[in-house]
Design a protein around this ligand. Structure first.
Ligand SMILES: [Zn+2]
Length: 260
């Protein structure tokens, strides 16, 4: 056998073995919008994952106003990988052991494991909202982190309703970070737990303000303009004509909080 042929056969063998292993190891369930992969997780847990994910899909697309938009589409199902336990999840994803799950927008994929704390209430709506939002505005759109995280955090019920209190306290304590500064906060390197908490609270609350104090068409027009590649201030003005820039939005947001 020539050396070249041997290498080709060897690589083919590795490829087939990998794929057969994959086929053997992962079970899958599909629903209208999701494909759930799992190994040993109990069936009733998988059923609940599917049911809850479909419910969140409905409530998030409707909350963001995307279902009122004719061109909204969800071409490929999102994938949810349920690893057997924390160890396997950490090994496969390289995520830190404190993270209960993670999402890749480009792969439209959520990774997690059963019994990750807050899986149904926090993790699933948060990661799903990230994927739905990016499906609408596009992966390449360059956005401030607070907008991505705000849209996602706003779908966690605790943050949706609890964030106003945290932001009001920050205003009273003179720790509030205005929107123009919020985009400069670097979370990756931050060890400051209070700063991270404030960042997420402000992000969730400003998105809550944009969603609930105006018509959903405003938010959809804003997202459409972002998708078309308009600059942030321009997109903001397109969706919310009374704001010309972040400073205008910041002022209106503070006065809403003060009068709430
Ligand atoms: Zn997030």
């Amino acid at each position: 056998m020539s050396k070249k042929l041997f290498i080709i056969l060897f690589l083919l063998g590795v490829f087939l073995q990998h794929n057969l292993c994959f086929a053997k190891e992962w079970n899958s369930h599909r629903s209208s919008h999701f494909l759930v992969y799992y190994k040993k997780a109990p069936e009733d847990f998988i059923d609940e994952v599917i049911e809850t994910a479909e419910e969140y899909y409905r409530s998030i697309t409707s909350d963001l106003g995307f279902t009122r938009f004719d061109e909204w589409s969800w071409d490929e199902r999102a994938k949810i990988y349920i690893y057997d336990d924390l160890d396997e999840y950490v090994k496969a994803t390289n995520q830190p052991s404190w993270s209960g799950g993670s999402a890749s927008y480009s792969e439209k994929r959520i990774n997690t494991y059963p019994h990750a704390s807050g899986f149904f209430d926090t993790l699933l709506p948060h990661e799903l909202a990230h994927i739905i939002f990016r499906e609408f505005v596009g992966l390449r759109t360059n956005l401030p982190l607070w907008l991505d995280e705000g849209v996602a955090s706003c779908q966690e019920k605790a943050k949706r309703w609890g964030s106003a209190k945290v932001v009001k306290k920050a205003i009273a304590d003179k720790k509030f970070i205005p929107l123009t500064e919020l985009e400069k906060v670097s979370l990756r390197s931050s060890q400051d737990k209070d700063l991270v908490e404030l960042f997420y609270a402000e992000s969730a609350n400003i998105v809550y303000f944009l969603l609930t104090e105006f018509n959903r068409y405003n938010f959809v027009d804003f997202c459409k303009a972002l998708k078309e590649g308009k600059k942030f201030d321009e997109a903001l003005h397109k969706g919310y004509p009374r704001f010309d820039n972040l400073e205008d939005l910041n002022r209106a947001w503070i006065s809403y909080l003060e009068n709430e």
